[in-house]
Design a protein around this ligand. Structure first.
Ligand SMILES: Nc1ncnc2c1ncn2[C@@H]1O[C@H](COP(=O)(O)OP(=O)(O)OP(=O)(O)O)[C@@H](O)[C@H]1O
Length: 513
């Protein structure tokens, strides 16, 4: 019966643990995904994934195991202590003094465990980060022959981990030594004081035997409490950051429930916009940018690397908020629009599009707000000049891909198809030609031309490109320099102006020649 009850209790705790870990992971995951993009600028991916994995597991152990054992031993210990005090007050107080000393050592040890658990978490996360980076950049590492350097970098974190684990073991040794010393001293004291008490007739032999048994019980309960408390402290160390992250409020960029317009025309205005990244407050990235883009206009943004082109687009996509000024869409501040509604009407192809590990068809349909048929997917792929190479793959649209299986240009074409399928009113192509070869560049120009000539479905297009030849067909070219708009006009006007754009064009022509 006893065994059965224990088995049942273990099973209940197992189930409670499983439910708790699952709930914690879900809550933490959705809390992380609802944060500002700037949050991810400051956190390491390895750190966040280890919070989701090992740390959640450890936190649930507190409730499932440690707390349960601590409570049980506290109850047992208190019972024994009361009995001892009734049996013999001086001997009971003596045992209590030993237990209090043990408790003091245990508290110091527990605090140390808490600190070391935090350090172990940090070092493990850093080691994971290095490993993650190494595996994802393995081609670069192989080409540059820096394997040993990377092994050393990983080893440095492992050394730090080993160092702290060594100290932890030493602290555990000290804790055990204190326990054994106090425990055996207690036995000696009990025999000596008890023997004297028997001789003087104050207690009987039976009382002494009971006393020794109960005092052992009390000391062992104290030891168990200490041992579980130190593991509880470890979990508390691990849980601090987990609970902090779980408590974060969802970003307004994720939840914003503003107004939905009847139709998105695609007028975009940047009004006196200035911006710096939260992680680099002293470095202004955009300064007093004023730009107005008409519905259906195709605008190209060019400029030297680091001039703020992608940042401007990030503000339009509301990944960051301007530090000064505002962005308006169809005359309404972007902050007042329903974010989900706006994103459903915006298409974006980033600098380095990445694919999810799923089939091509699902990758193209990814995030599409409406139900689409396979014909729609194929039509979008045709417009993005991706259909032919997809059909040449062994399973065509059902081919499972991930980030490594396709070339940069192919991934970019799938990303363009994904953006086109959404049928967006605003289409943003960031460096859409950078990873493509000359033929694909020609294809992207074709997409731009198609977008322009499709008068039924006029959409505003912003294209950022380094290859100036790609964007000559734009209605307007905006030239950025040091976070400001330096020039604006058509290709011809800007060439006539003989400013930065003309210089950039000449430089590229020279490079090609
Ligand atoms: N997440 C970030 N955190 C801090 N600084 C950033 C971040 N992203 C970009 N920057 C900085 O902002 C400046 C503008 O970067 P941005 O990517 O907008 O330039 P860009 O004109 O698009 O460059 P490129 O043509 O090379 O893509 C750069 O100095 C860059 O270092």
């Amino acid at each position: 019966m006893q065994v059965k009850i224990f088995g049942l209790r273990g099973c209940c705790f197992g189930i409670a643990n499983m439910i708790l870990v699952k709930r914690m992971r879900e809550t933490l995951y959705s809390s992380l995904l609802s944060q500002d993009i700037s949050f991810f600028d400051g956190e390491t991916v390895g750190d966040l994934t280890s919070r989701l994995g090992a740390d959640c597991q450890q936190v649930s152990r507190v409730i499932g195991n440690d707390l349960n054992l601590i409570l049980r031993n506290l109850l047992q210990g208190t019972g024994s202590l009361i009995y001892l005090l009734i049996l013999s007050l001086p001997l009971g107080l003596c045992t209590l003094a030993v237990c209090l000393t043990l408790a003091a050592v245990m508290l110091t040890y527990g605090q140390y465990q808490k600190k070391s658990a935090k350090l172990i978490q940090e070092f493990t996360a850093s080691a994971n980060q290095v490993a993650q980076e190494t595996f994802s950049l393995v081609r670069t590492i192989r080409v540059y022959g820096t394997e040993n350097q990377e092994i050393q970098r990983y080893k440095n974190w492992l050394d730090k981990l080993a160092n702290i684990s060594l100290r932890q073991s030493a602290a555990y040794g000290f804790w055990n030594f204190s326990f054994n010393t106090l425990y055996h001293s207690m036995q000696v004291i009990a025999v000596l004081v008890g023997g004297i008490s028997i001789l003087s007739g104050r207690i009987t032999t039976e009382q002494l035997t009971k006393f020794i048994l109960y005092s052992e019980w009390l000391i062992f309960s104290t030891w168990w409490v200490g041992d579980n408390l130190s593991s509880l402290m470890q979990s508390v160390g691990a849980s601090e950051k987990v609970f902090q992250l779980m408590d974060l409020r969802a970003s307004d960029q994720f939840t914003s429930k503003g107004s939905k317009l009847q139709r998105l025309l695609g007028r975009i205005e940047f009004v006196d916009v200035s911006f710096h990244y939260p992680s680099r407050e002293m470095v202004p990235v955009l300064q007093h940018v004023n730009l107005s883009i008409n519905p259906g206009e195709v605008v190209a943004i060019v400029g030297l690397s680091g001039s703020g082109k992608s940042t401007l687009v990030s503000l339009l996509l509301r990944l960051y908020e301007p530090t000064y000024g505002q962005v308006l869409i169809d005359g309404i501040p972007i902050k007042e629009l329903d974010i989900k509604w706006l994103r459903e009407r915006t298409g974006f192809v980033g600098q380095e599009p990445r694919l999810f590990r799923m089939d091509i068809s699902s990758n193209i349909k990814y995030g599409c707000p409406r139900d689409v048929k396979q014909e729609d997917v194929e039509q979008a792929a045709k417009l993005a000049y991706a259909h032919d190479f997809i059909c040449a793959l062994p399973n065509a649209y059902q081919t499972i891909v991930d980030d490594d299986l396709l070339s940069g240009g192919q991934k970019q074409r799938i990303a363009i198809a994904r953006a086109i399928l959404r049928d967006p009113s605003i289409l943003v192509l960031d460096e859409a030609t950078s990873a493509l070869d000359a033929e694909s560049e020609h294809n992207v120009k074709g997409v731009l031309r198609a977008v322009r000539s499709d008068l039924m479905m006029r959409r505003t297009v912003i294209v950022i490109a380094h290859r100036l030849s790609t964007i000559q067909a734009a209605d307007r070219i905006v030239v950025m320099d040091g976070g400001r708009i330096a020039e604006m006009g058509t290709h011809k006007e800007l060439l006539l102006k003989d400013g930065l754009y003309a210089r950039l064009t000449r430089r590229q022509a020279d490079a090609v020649a």
